[in-house]
Design a protein around this ligand. Structure first.
Ligand code: SF4
Length: 372
């Protein structure tokens, strides 16, 4: 079974496929969804999988077992039905794990008698403030659009793109409001995570409506008295059972720097044609370890978030084998401790049950220290 935080996602994929639009499985986290949407493609961000079966037989035949769970699980999802759930793969450059994954998966699907189209966008790893870098990126976007036009019948138009970009920007704005509501204790954090992860497998219009409904219901007063407010940071949220352990230990999630949550919806880029929009999107994104040009801004942005939300501590949810996150952890841990904010690093891998059992004692000890 392919799961998303415990829920089966195959029916959601099938529902998307039944809409009659080509479905593109995208990775890593921040693909140009507006562009795909405007050209009649349903983008599915292949992130947040797991919590179910750990049998990754097809993925393990092609991807080494020292690769992160994110890469291994998305590989299994693409390969399990010889690519029948997906019409295309869309990737942009990030870490070494993902570097050749599109080609590996395309070949894996073909070996099983299926076929899948493959698209790639190269995002410069240096600042787009340099004119030559920006014009290189503009050429890449144009090239990408002309390749996509071979897959679909709807050609690119700036008008359609602006409509799609407005919907996604509205979705991001709702995400921000929900996030702030959750940080104030008006919405359970678990519900916020579920909303963010499920959005990847829903048409954006449905996810937007779901977000508005959730916001309408967000009026609880759930922050427990005397709980210690903490920020959660990481590529992936921890499993639901771990959130329970945190709550029982007396910690309250007042904010997050999780890639599919706050990092995704913290900023809505200015509306413009695709090339301008994505130059702004990738350059001025909320800092993420997978977007190299944003790295220098990361400590200050995280500190500001922690201060705005009144956090007393930060818990880093490390993704096992994620080189990007691990390069930054030692520096960030020291940085926060120097600012008087306690920091704890935990590592999560493929096996959710073991992860929770392994970290329960550490989180309880951390909570006791903070309470003192
Ligand atoms: S978790 Fe880290 S190593 Fe894995 S795909 Fe994401 S950025 Fe790459």
């Amino acid at each position: 079974m392919h799961t998303l935080w415990g829920g089966d996602i195959v029916p959601a994929l099938k529902k998307l496929k039944d809409r009659g639009r080509p479905v593109a499985g995208c990775f890593p986290l921040y693909p140009p969804q507006e562009l795909l949407h405007s050209m009649g493609i349903s983008p599915v961000v292949l992130w947040g999988l797991g919590g179910g079966s750990n049998k990754l037989v097809l993925a393990d035949e092609r991807v080494q077992n020292f690769v992160c769970a994110v890469g291994r699980r998305l590989s299994q999802l693409v390969l399990w039905d010889a690519g029948k759930s997906l019409d295309a793969l869309f990737a942009y450059n990030a870490c070494d794990t993902l570097r050749n994954l599109p080609e590996v998966l395309e070949a894996g699907v073909a070996e099983q008698g299926g076929s899948i189209s493959r698209f790639f966008l190269h995002v410069p790893a240096i600042s787009m403030q340099r004119p030559e870098t920006k014009s290189y990126f503009t050429r890449n976007i144009k090239q990408c659009i002309s390749e996509l036009e071979a897959l679909v019948t709807i050609p690119y138009s700036t008008e359609s793109f602006l409509q799609s970009a407005s919907i996604y920007n509205e979705w991001r704005a709702i995400g921000r409001e929900l996030d702030i509501a959750s940080g104030k204790g008006n919405l359970p954090f678990e519900q916020l995570v579920r909303f963010a992860l499920e959005a990847a497998f829903l048409p954006v219009e449905e996810s937007l409506a779901a977000g508005k409904a959730l916001l309408g219901d967000a009026d609880g007063n759930l922050a427990p008295k005397n709980a210690v407010p903490v920020i959660l940071s990481g590529i992936m949220p921890p499993p639901p059972a771990f959130l329970k352990v945190m709550e029982e230990a007396g910690l309250f999630v007042c904010g997050n720097d999780l890639a599919p949550l706050w990092r995704t919806w913290a900023r809505s880029p200015k509306l413009a044609d695709a090339a301008e929009f994505y130059a702004d999107f990738y350059s001025n994104h909320f800092p993420c370890s997978t977007l190299l040009p944003t790295a220098d801004r990361r400590p200050a942005a995280l500190l500001e978030l922690a201060r705005q939300r009144g956090a007393k501590a930060i818990v880093f949810i490390g993704e096992k084998f994620c080189e990007y996150e691990y390069f930054e952890f030692p520096y960030l841990e020291k940085f926060f401790k120097n600012q008087g904010i306690a920091a704890l690093l935990l590592e999560f891998g493929l096996d959710d049950l073991s992860n929770v059992a392994q970290h329960a004692t550490r989180i309880e000890a951390f909570a006791e220290t903070l309470a003192q």
